[in-house]
Design a protein around this ligand. Structure first.
Ligand SMILES: [Fe+2]
Ligand SMILES: [Fe+2]
Length: 270
């Protein structure tokens, strides 16, 4: 099974880049399942039901998020009615919405997608390692489901690496999000789990992690900034990761980075 994951969509540049390049990626790679992280899709902060609809129209089978999931307050009210839109599973139990879902592909294969958030330099939620253990007690890869994909939304590379190794052999893929810069470590770990520390964002890279650069630079230089941050508005790059799993075991056979458009070097030159 081929799973295409697209990293954090950041504002209009990200949405437009996705619209421009996703059809070509879908034609070339023919993914069986498409996951998009949409936590910054609405002007850099959160997501709206309208944007969810746009991502579903583009073919998203599942939308993951992260610390910005509730940055648009409307999300608190509609996420409970949308099982394809996930928030981090390790929020407290009463939190609206779902942290994971089991979805069926058009070929009848079952894909479990879970969204978890790290705790280093982030709001401290429940322990994501323990929460993942509890989930995986219920769902065994290759028995209960055909693939398990985890979007691990975290700041610290150490926590992401540790989580990847802890999941190794139990899930198809652990792909990091949140830091918005693609890392060069697309690997299959010893136990067969595909891993990348961060898929990178989908947005304008002439920016500070998606935001127009002036305000964040001012903030670092002066210690304060006079204005609020807003998304950078030039041409965006689509960043993501393609994973291929073994249909018998659910473990990974291949993983490769995807980059197209904007100012980053492209993986799609053919
Ligand atoms: Fe993000
Ligand atoms: Fe984030």
């Amino acid at each position: 099974m081929k799973i295409l994951f697209i990293g954090d969509i950041y504002g209009r540049s990200g949405r437009e880049a996705l619209e421009a390049h996703l059809p070509r990626l879908k034609t070339k790679y023919q993914p069986d399942f498409l996951i998009i992280n949409g936590e910054n899709a609405a002007h850099g902060r959160g997501i709206t039901s309208k944007i969810c609809g746009q991502l579903y129209d583009l073919g998203a089978d599942c939308i993951t998020t992260g610390n910005h999931v509730f940055s648009q307050k409307e999300t608190l009210f509609f996420i409970g009615d949308d099982p394809k839109l996930l928030r981090p599973l390790n929020y407290p139990e009463q939190t609206p919405g779902n942290g994971y879902g089991v979805f069926t592909t058009s070929a009848g294969k079952k894909v479990l997608v879970a969204n978890l958030m790290g705790r280093i330099y982030m709001d401290v939620l429940d322990n994501p390692f323990r929460v993942a253990d509890t989930l995986l007690d219920r769902y065994k890869l290759g028995k209960d489901v055909d693939a398990i994909f985890i979007d691990f939304h975290a700041e610290a590379t150490s926590e992401k690496c540790a989580f990847g190794h802890y999941m190794d052999g139990r899930v198809s893929a652990v792909i990091g999000t949140h830091t918005h810069i693609p890392t060069a470590d697309t690997v299959i770990l010893d136990g067969g789990t595909a891993y990348q520390t961060d898929a990178g964002m989908t947005g304008d890279y002439n920016s500070v992690i998606g935001a127009d650069k002036d305000v964040p630079v001012q903030r670092f230089v002066r210690g304060y900034a006079a204005n609020h941050m807003s998304p950078a508005g030039d041409t965006g790059s689509v960043c993501g990761t393609l994973i291929e799993t073994n249909d018998a075991t659910g473990l990974a056979k291949a993983i490769s980075p995807i980059r197209i458009g904007g100012r980053l070097p492209s993986t799609e030159n053919d």
